[in-house]
Design a protein. Structure first.
Length: 284
């Protein structure tokens, strides 16, 4: 990561959210958060008339399913978050927030305090792109490097209330962290979470990358060449065991389950089925 910009993956995910899979906007703020040239590419279908769907579908295909995958993951987490907030939770913590715009685009979040935890470089870039736009809710930025720092103290300084339940979103981050860093982060959020808190975490299943032995060699090599090597993987049993006995996993699916949950028109791509989304609830 350069000192003046967010990670490449956060840019790609925001681009996918801005592009979407049809004319219904998923993230209308994405184009403004992206670098101008990339934002114009994401918003282009809205200006191309009848050619818009062909342009969008060409990008969906050329991304090898990344656009559909990111859209499905976003929609699944959105559905969980809205449900959790409607149950009365009033704190949202987004770990590795990237260019997340949930505080701006989801009406259900307006009654909550949102804590965005991420690398200082990403937050500097995002706040510059946000400019004078005011979120309809209270957004608090907590800068942290997950590999070297603990986020718990920063959250407490930002006004996080340990006695109140919270929703934790950890989307598309764990696969870039070493196993020890993942476990330490889970320990921290468990210590901070009151009974009734909920956790949405996506994770990479080991030895599950597509295209056989070639894929298991080539895909990590591509991420490493891009400066964002894949480091951490867990299977479903390992994840459940890591957060037990404090948390109960109530949902754990790949993108096929996300589509079933949301009824999305996005197509679950085989290319990214090695990533799963788990929802867990904090025990009393």
């Amino acid at each position: 990561m350069r000192s003046d910009s967010p990670s490449g993956t956060s840019l790609l995910v925001s681009f996918a959210r801005g592009l979407g899979v049809d004319d219904r906007p998923l993230d209308s703020l994405a184009a403004e958060l992206l670098p101008p040239w990339l934002g114009r590419l994401a918003s282009a279908p809205r200006h191309l008339g009848l050619a818009g769907p062909f342009y969008r579908n060409a990008l969906r295909a050329s991304s090898f399913g990344l656009v559909d995958h990111a859209v499905l993951r976003t929609q699944a987490i959105d559905a969980h978050l809205v449900s959790a907030l409607r149950s009365g939770i009033e704190q949202v913590v987004i770990l590795g927030a990237g260019l997340d715009a949930r505080a701006w685009r989801l009406p259900a979040v307006e009654t909550a305090t949102v804590f965005e935890v991420d690398h200082p470089a990403t937050q500097r870039y995002k706040r510059k792109r946000i400019g004078t736009r005011v979120a309809p809710t209270d957004v608090r930025y907590v800068p942290v490097d997950f590999e070297t720092e603990q986020f718990s103290s920063g959250l407490e300084r930002a006004g996080f209330r340990m006695g109140d339940p919270s929703v934790w979103i950890w989307e598309g981050v764990t696969m870039y962290l070493r196993r020890q860093a993942i476990e330490q982060a889970l320990e921290q959020l468990t210590r901070l979470s009151a009974s009734g808190s909920q956790l949405a975490v996506s994770y990479l299943v080991p030895n599950s990358l597509p295209f056989g032995p070639i894929g298991r060699l080539a895909i990590p090599a591509m991420f490493k060449a891009a400066g964002e090597p894949l480091k951490g993987a867990l299977d479903s049993r390992e994840l459940a065991a890591t957060i037990a006995p404090s948390w109960d996993v109530v949902y754990d699916e790949d993108s096929r389950g996300w589509q079933e949950l949301t009824g999305s028109p996005a197509r679950p791509p085989r290319t990214f089925r090695s990533e799963r989304l788990a929802i867990a609830k904090r025990r009393a």
